[in-house]
Design a protein around this ligand. Structure first.
Ligand SMILES: Cc1cc2nc3c(=O)[nH]c(=O)nc-3n(C[C@H](O)[C@H](O)[C@H](O)COP(=O)(O)OP(=O)(O)OC[C@H]3O[C@@H](n4cnc5c(N)ncnc54)[C@H](O)[C@@H]3O)c2cc1C
Length: 381
């Protein structure tokens, strides 16, 4: 494995971190408390290249590898304190754009990718339903073939970007007798008659990304909306999850670095009992643990990115990376709050928000329990 980087990529890291810290943070406390989606900043990120770095040059993208793209997303998270924004960009990139690129027809790719890359349209990946979640394929949303159309009925819930998405990948049952091979996925324009997007549903953290339900009531779409072939949705889901699980947490590496930097500065300045608190082992060891977690998280993420780039199997590694990085981020946020004492509990210090955001990562893309099921299952347990 080779994780070395060119000086050009290192320069791009610095430019991205500086862009993010100068342009994306502004009113982040208000955005979070009022659950406001910063649409203009989404567009700024697209202009900076965030949604194109990984896309092929043939479609106007940057043609970067998953490894380089992850490193640049880490830079974004290093500079940007808005984890909702960085999470949503990653979710669209890895689950929506990558799926369309891999399974879409030329027409579907040309129709959607340019808009995603420019930030003029947004996409949602909608599989979860009230009765599925961890049982990802226990879907009740149906898509019934009728001539040259499918008619979709059902409801998707807890979908990232659902209230503002222009297009959604909808998973539905096309053949109830075929188990997971009876599932299909559809690229549905959200203005289609019979599709309703809920308002934003308030949540604990990641509040700057809107999240909600998509209801389908006799929503008729042409057969050309099928993504992949009929019955292929479980393969599309497994493929997209291997990318999302592996790489969606890249910005959290940058966020962990930010929390370490902030905690070091605070521990040097804060005086107690006549010395800086950093001199207490309780504080310095917390910072050391934060650094250990960041190092192990980085290595796991870079390794899964490298496996994806080289086309090697990465099911176990993706599940390990998702579990370890999400739990490392939660623990790092707890340590940062402890180091900051009472001020870490205050909204204005911005550490408590990171902690609320961090817990989301242990749930989306499959909970850490499900990841452990995958890891133990791959071991034959
Ligand atoms: C911030 C956020 C963003 C999301 N974005 C999207 C999105 O864009 N698209 C989308 O489709 N979904 C999305 N989701 C939904 C997410 O994928 C589900 O919440 C997740 O898969 C868990 O499903 P559930 O909520 O139904 O929990 P449940 O499946 O009901 O699980 C409840 C608890 O039981 C445990 N559990 C369940 N089954 C097992 C088992 N077999 N073994 C061990 N433990 C088990 C779980 O780990 C959990 O602790 C998002 C969720 C969040 C929080």
């Amino acid at each position: 494995m080779d994780f070395s980087r060119s000086s050009e990529v290192e320069l791009k890291y610095k430019q991205t971190r500086d862009f993010a810290s100068a342009e994306l943070n502004g009113d982040v406390i208000e955005r979070d408390s009022n659950s406001v989606f910063p649409i203009e900043l989404w567009k700024r990120c697209a202009e900076h290249g965030v949604l194109s770095w990984f896309m092929p040059e043939a479609y106007g993208g940057g043609g970067h590898s998953a490894l380089t793209t992850s490193y640049l997303l880490e830079a974004l998270g290093h500079g940007c304190c808005d984890n909702g924004l960085t999470f949503a960009l990653g979710a669209q990139l890895w689950s929506v754009q990558k799926s369309i690129l891999q399974f879409g027809t030329t027409d579907q790719i040309e129709r959607y990718l340019p808009g995603f890359m420019k930030g003029t349209i947004k996409g949602a990946f909608a599989i979860t339903e009230n009765g599925s979640g961890s049982d990802a394929f226990a879907l009740t949303t149906t898509a019934q073939r009728d001539g040259d159309s499918y008619v979709l009925n059902g409801e998707k819930c807890m979908i990232t970007l659902a209230p503002v998405a222009d297009v959604a990948i909808i998973f539905a049952v096309t053949n109830p007798d075929a188990g997971q091979w009876g599932l299909s996925s559809f690229l549905v324009d959200t203005r289609t008659k019979g599709l309703r997007q809920s308002d934003n549903i308030p949540k604990m953290g990641l509040r700057t990304v809107p999240f909600g339900n998509i209801t389908l009531n006799n929503c008729r779409v042409p057969v050309t909306c099928l993504l992949g072939s009929e019955g292929s949705a479980s393969s599309i889901f497994n493929y997209s999850q291997s990318w999302e699980r592996s790489l969606v947490l890249a910005p959290q590496l940058g966020a962990m670095q930010r929390l370490i930097d902030q905690s070091i500065t605070f521990s040097k300045q804060r005086m107690r009992s006549g010395q800086s608190i950093g001199k207490f082992q309780s504080i310095s060891h917390r910072i050391a643990n934060m650094r250990i977690r960041l190092e192990t998280s980085r290595l796991l993420l870079y390794k899964t990115a490298w496996l994806l780039d080289t086309g090697k199997q990465s099911v176990t590694e993706a599940a390990i990376a998702k579990t370890h990085i999400s739990e490392a981020f939660v623990a790092t946020c707890s340590d940062a709050i402890a180091i900051h004492g009472g001020s870490g509990y205050l909204t204005e210090t911005e550490v408590e928000r990171q902690s609320r955001d961090a817990l989301g990562a242990t749930i989306y893309g499959g909970t850490v329990d499900i990841q452990r099921n995958i890891i133990s299952g791959m071991l034959g347990v």
